[in-house]
Design a protein around this ligand. Structure first.
Ligand SMILES: NC(=O)C1=CN([C@@H]2O[C@H](COP(=O)(O)OP(=O)(O)OC[C@H]3O[C@@H](n4cnc5c(N)ncnc54)[C@H](O)[C@@H]3O)[C@@H](O)[C@H]2O)[C@@H](O)CC1
Ligand SMILES: Nc1ncnc2c1ncn2[C@@H]1O[C@H](COP(=O)(O)OP(=O)(O)O)[C@@H](O)[C@H]1O
Ligand SMILES: [Mg+2]
Length: 284
């Protein structure tokens, strides 16, 4: 492999930036989290909270109307914009000045949502993370991949990856296919597995944190929020992906000695984010 890098503490510290003393929310970046549909508003709450807890200054959430009160109640720190429709997203309409967007978790597969995603991909040049049903919609409409901004970050689990690139017959075949896909569309692919790989063209970063406690609903939604929060703060897409994946896994490594594998849930990833960031700031 041309450029294989192990994402360990040393590698991640080269990319990590502490928040400066004179920071204010206006320079910590404004992120938009777009997703949710009836019954899956929780995915957006998890992403939005993780985005804030990763240091973003402002977070706005775009959800169908049914999500309004849920999000306001669960995450009072975020602002909420709603679609005209009650149970799914039909347009992504806003006038915000943003630094990053995370899109797709819980968004569903309604044909109206497909159209909303088409227009979104056509118009947007901001740094973005695309996850879950956002990826499934792209997989159903592969010609839309051409419209993605350079270095958009795609975060598929293995099933979503298969929908995007087809199946593979070995790990090395999978990696070759992911690298070709990354080069063809100039995107960063976070292959979510155990371990997770961040792939950009010839560069492959193998993550060194995380464990089976992360095998729990919403774990990926939280990762999307973390990476979006880092993007909003001005990290390059590749640094945001590498650092985000490392911190996400680190939360589980820090939590397991205290709570074991079974009881750890996606909200605990968010709860342990502070300790994960702190451990990077400590001199070792
Ligand atoms: N609280 C919520 O609102 C939640 C909403 N979610 C949303 O629900 C929607 C459906 O997502 P799902 O991921 O469940 O559905 P998918 O159909 O994309 O994935 C589920 C399938 O993929 C397989 N799979 C997952 N990870 C795999 C891996 N590493 N290796 C091999 N196979 C793997 C599973 O076994 C299962 O068959 C998404 O929009 C997602 O964001 C989920 O994130 C769960 C929590
Ligand atoms: N056994 C495991 N070891 C390490 N990481 C894991 C393990 N199982 C799951 N994960 C991580 O948890 C996350 C699951 O993401 P995803 O399947 O999208 O969850 P969801 O859609 O429910 O939010 C990924 O980051 C994946 O790498
Ligand atoms: Mg997911």
């Amino acid at each position: 492999m041309e450029n294989y890098i192990l994402s360990d503490r040393f590698e991640v510290l080269k990319r990590f930036k502490p928040i400066p003393d004179d920071a204010h929310k206006g320079i910590q970046g404004h992120a938009l989290i777009v997703g949710g549909s009836y019954g899956k508003i929780g995915s957006v709450c998890l992403s939005a909270k993780a985005c804030l807890k990763s240091g973003a200054g402002l977070v706005t959430v775009y959800v169908p109307k049914c999500g309004y009160e849920v999000v306001q109640n669960v995450v009072p720190e975020v602002m909420v914009i709603t679609d005209d429709y009650a149970d799914h997203i039909t347009t992504v309409n806003h006038k915000l000045k943003l630094q990053a967007i995370g899109i797709g978790m819980g968004i569903g597969q309604n044909p109206d949502t497909h159209q909303a995603m088409y227009h979104f991909f056509k118009m947007n040049v901001l740094p973005m993370v695309i996850d879950a049903d956002g990826l499934n919609i792209l997989a159903e409409n592969k010609e839309w991949l051409e419209m993605l901004p350079k270095k958009a970050i795609l975060t598929p689990h293995l099933k979503e990856l298969e929908r995007l690139i087809g199946n593979w017959h070995s790990d090395s075949d999978r990696m070759e296919k992911v690298q070709s896909f990354s080069k063809a569309f100039d995107v960063i692919v976070v292959v979510k597995d155990a371990p997770t790989f961040v792939v950009y063209a010839d560069s492959v970063f193998e993550n060194t944190t995380g464990n089976q406690a992360l095998a729990t609903a919403g774990s990926g939604d939280v990762l999307t929020g973390i990476i979006t929060g880092l993007l909003a703060q001005g990290y390059t897409p590749l640094d945001a992906a590498v650092l985000g994946v490392y911190l996400h896994g680190l939360t589980a490594d820090l939590a397991v000695p205290e709570m074991g594998h079974h009881a750890f849930i996606a909200s605990d990833i968010i709860a342990y984010l502070g300790r994960a960031f702190l451990s990077l700031e400590k001199k070792k």
